[in-house]
Structure formats: C-alpha cells, structure tokens
Design a protein around this ligand. Sequence first.
Ligand code: SIN
Length: 282
Amino acid sequence: MQVAPLTKSIGAEIRGVSLAEAARNDNVFGAIRDALLKHKVLFLRKQDISRADHVAFARRFGELEDHPVAGSDPEHPGLVRIYKDLDSPKEHYENAWHCDATWRQAPPMGCVLRCIETPEVGGDTIWSNMVMAYTDLPDTVKEDIEGLWASHSIQSTFGAAMPETRRKALKDQYPDAEHPVVRTHPETGEKALFVNSFTTHFINYHTPARVRFGQDFAPAAANLLTYLQGRAAIPEYQVRWRWEPNSVAIWDNRCTQHYAVQDYWPAVRKMERAGIIGDRPF
Ligand code: SIN
C-alpha cells in the first residue's frame, strides 16, 4: 500500500489497495486507519466494489447511521444517498463548510464516501484541517474561546425550509446539541476548532468579563462565531478532490470540515456515504 500526501496540510492518496480486501484484512485495515489519523482524509481511485463491500469496510470503524433527511439505500441501511439530479436543482446542503451531523449529541467519527456518477466538469469536494485552523489562531483568541460551548441545530439548517410542523418534529427528535468550541481528538489528543455551519450560537459567552453594556454580548459573540466559522475557508488548510466514478474519500469528521462544490447543475452527481457513529465531543 502506498500513501502519497496531496498537500503538506491535509489529505493523502492511497494506492495499491482494494477496500473490499481492506474490509476483510486486519493489517490492511490497520494501515488505512493509521494513515487516516495522520492525514485526516484519504482518497482512493478505481474502487469498483459492491455496496455490501462499501458498508463492510466502513463498519470496520464502527456502527453506521442513517440520516433523517437524506434517504439511504433500501438494501444497505447506513448507506446514505447523496443524489443530485434534475429533481433537486434548488437543494443546498453540502455546499457550506461543515462537519457532518454536529446537530447530533454524538456526531459521526468519520465517513466513507464513494462516487457513483460525476458531472463531466465540476462537483469537486474540498476538505479543511480544523487542527491547523485552531493551532494558527492568535493566542488572544485561543484564550477567549477556552471553555466556550456552542449550540448546533438541525432545525435551523435541514429543517429551515420545511413546513413548521415537520421542522418542529425534527427538532423534537434531534434537540439542539451543545459541543465545546474546541474539541480534543479522542485518539490523537490534538485540539480542533469545532464550529461549522450547523452552529447557531455560543451557550456561555455572556459572562460579566465580556459584557459591559446590556446587549453588547450579542454582536461580539456573533462576530467571533463568524470569524471562527470562516477559518475552514483558508486555502492553506485545504485539499480539493476531483471525483471519478468509483473514487472514494474517507475522512475523520472529528478534525476536518468539508464543502461539496455545487458548480455543475443541471448535470447529475451521485454519491453514497457511509457515516460512522462517533463519540460525544469533549
Ligand atoms: C457530505 O457533505 O457529506 C458529502 C460531500 C460530497 O457530496 O462531496
């Protein structure tokens, strides 16, 4: 197995491996897992594997979960379909910087995404290294955000365009999640910035030290959150991947964000994603 880094910051291409084999072979799977912890997102080409193999490989990392809004393959629970075609021209979900499903109390630890059909041009995905996004912060900002918590909402994102009753039912099922603004990676110990487009506001910003006059916490908190959310968009922290059918990306959702570029409509783009259940961030 060869591991070829794609940038100095994030991402490596893995060659000489079939994920169908990795699903069955402890050594190959272990080598992929180690490479994932090091590079944060891995890419493979020519993975003409079955859906069952896709699921079996992802299951090596842990249990899979479905998505309450995006549907799954009926024969392969846990394999979420991200299909963009003429029936979904106005959908905007993946083209915002995000960690997957941080509106869950325990967001996914990672995902395995396989390309089924890709437009002739466009439809790339970009990943960003949120450990770098944290490490490079000015010390004053690091001090300001230490111990800060933020709220993450499915209702304000996937639910926003739904009729009120459906939106509220979604929120009842998935109440807003509170996560630390800086999380510690449970395996590497690295600190990562953990706010993204599912994050709506800080929970514990409004302290006497920060608030001088009445409501002045509100713009200050909003500016700080916007600044932190913008860190994922810094090109030096990123890798960009051009898809082909049977290309696969495996990412660590605990220390990265991603953005699927929607620059291809009305062409069709079809992806299938296995999301692996994660831990509560700390
Ligand atoms: C996702 O946002 O999880 C999917 C990314 C993609 O479709 O490239």
